[in-house]
Write a protein that binds this ligand. Sequence first.
Ligand code: SF4
Length: 228
Amino acid sequence: MKGISARLAEINRRLASNFGVPEPGPHELPPVWNLVLTILSQNTTDTSRDRAFAALRKKYPTFPRLAAADAEELAETIRPAGLARAKSASILAALSRLKQERGGYTLDFLKSMPLPEARAYITSFGGVGVKTANILLLFSFGFPAFPVDTHVFRVAKRLELVPPSASPEKTAFLLEPHIPEGAHVCMHLNIIQLGRGICRPRNPLCLSCPLLKVCPTGAKLVSERSLS
Ligand code: SF4
């Protein structure tokens, strides 16, 4: 079997020729708003997160107003996202820390840091894990970070790109340096599209999959189905 870099390059080529090269789109928020969105996104659906974020921005349209919010009122505003008290506290603590440490509500200083250092800084905020930190670093700053969500994790396991015991975080760290240069957004979005429509959690549609030729699980499943 080819090395991991060559396999990822081929997977990227196959996905891009099947789905195209997607644009980053809705993630292009100013970085600190993206950090707030990231905190809201823990343990909830995208729809609930987006409802809470829209309500928050309506009530607190600027960072100084959000930073001065009453914690209980903020929790009430973001209730649709769940864990509202904890998320309210995390948002207020993040803004207060930025103001104290950096003199304002900015994350622009991350641009000059190496990726591991920038990621360590972002994950040091309460309520921000490796996946959501990678989303922020990739989409707000263009770092070559690789967010591994539930779809990317499942597809990576089925393609046997990582050991069976690898966690989502480990999967991100193992794959990230081997993604072709400039292809982190494209691969992240295209693998999600594959996972939603073709490499579904149950009954993956291997015969319609552009990765069948490079997928050990697909080869096994197709052979089992042809024998049954
Ligand atoms: S061949 Fe099947 S198991 Fe492999 S990535 Fe495609 S849909 Fe998933």
